[in-house]
Design a protein around this ligand. Structure first.
Ligand SMILES: Nc1ncnc2c1ncn2[C@@H]1O[C@H](COP(=O)(O)OP(=O)(O)OP(=O)(O)O)[C@@H](O)[C@H]1O
Length: 249
């Protein structure tokens, strides 16, 4: 079995005539929660889309679970939760998740749906129409739909946006539990304090990978006190400036 769930080598993506990812290489080890962090517009969604096999790429090699990204064989082994919830608003949470479970061939779709909905702490709204849920509840319904097939690789694009601190903490606890059970998670976020919940961090800015390290390794390498400070230190080092904006000699 491959040590890495995802291997990307020399990925180049052009969107709307602009090079968004010039030449990106990264790996995501199996059974870990890897955070893809960085400012808005840096290319996080584009990386996730490429790994999910739904982004046209100009160049690069990448494999997911040892297979080329986008392979039909990955459809049941990888789940991708987009930034906008992808559930039917005119169906209940249960109907949405059970539908996915049926499509994925779960032996007992109703039980699988119940479990997935409980995992995202949405049991109290299981019978509510998705269209009548709050934004955060809707994104959890989307996450339940992704979890119901028990994917080996879970790609989550900004899953904690719009959630209160308690729900955010619970969701990160769930990610850690899933990883402990062997699932590989790549989670994008622009909230730097979520970095501490990850096993590894990929810091992405303007399509360039500034760091690929553990949270502790990143702090040690930069001498910063938190992920935000580490990120700033790396940006300054990359642009050849010190903290005051002066160009280093
Ligand atoms: N459909 C598109 N057509 C052309 N350019 C796009 C398209 N979608 C995104 N881009 C550009 O690609 C770049 C990277 O966008 P991407 O959505 O990957 O960033 P991101 O880090 O996920 O941002 P955010 O955190 O705001 O979602 C941005 O400059 C954006 O303007």
């Amino acid at each position: 079995m491959e040590k890495c769930a995802v291997e990307v080598d020399g990925l180049r993506v052009v969107r709307g005539g602009r090079t968004v990812l010039p030449d990106l290489s990264l790996t995501v080890p199996r059974g870990q929660v890897v955070g893809l962090l960085g400012p808005s517009g840096g290319g996080k969604s584009t990386v996730i889309r490429a790994i999910a096999g739904v982004q046209r790429v100009a160049k690069g090699e990448f494999r997911v679970l040892g297979l080329p990204a986008g392979s039909p064989a990955l459809r049941t082994r990888l789940a991708y939760v987009t930034q906008s919830p992808s559930v039917y608003p005119d169906l209940t949470v249960t109907a949405n998740v059970r539908y996915l479970a049926t499509l994925l061939g779960a032996p007992d779709p109703a039980a699988a749906a119940r479990d997935a909905i409980a995992q995202v702490d949405l049991a109290s709204h299981a019978d509510a129409l998705v269209g009548r849920l709050s934004g955060g509840q809707r994104s959890r319904a989307s996450l339940a739909a992704a979890l119901v097939g028990r994917p080996e690789v879970l790609l989550l694009d900004e899953p904690t946006v719009g959630l209160d601190p308690v729900l955010r903490r619970d969701l990160w606890d769930l990610f850690a539990d899933l990883a402990a059970g062997g699932t590989t998670l790549l989670v994008s976020s622009h909230v730097m304090d979520e970095a501490t919940r990850c096993d590894r961090l990929l810091l992405l800015r303007e399509g360039e990978l500034l760091a690929d390290d553990t949270p502790a390794g990143l702090l040690a390498a930069t001498g910063a006190e938190d992920a935000e400070g580490a990120f700033l230190a790396l940006v300054e080092a990359a642009s050849g400036c010190d903290a005051t904006g002066e160009v280093a000699s």
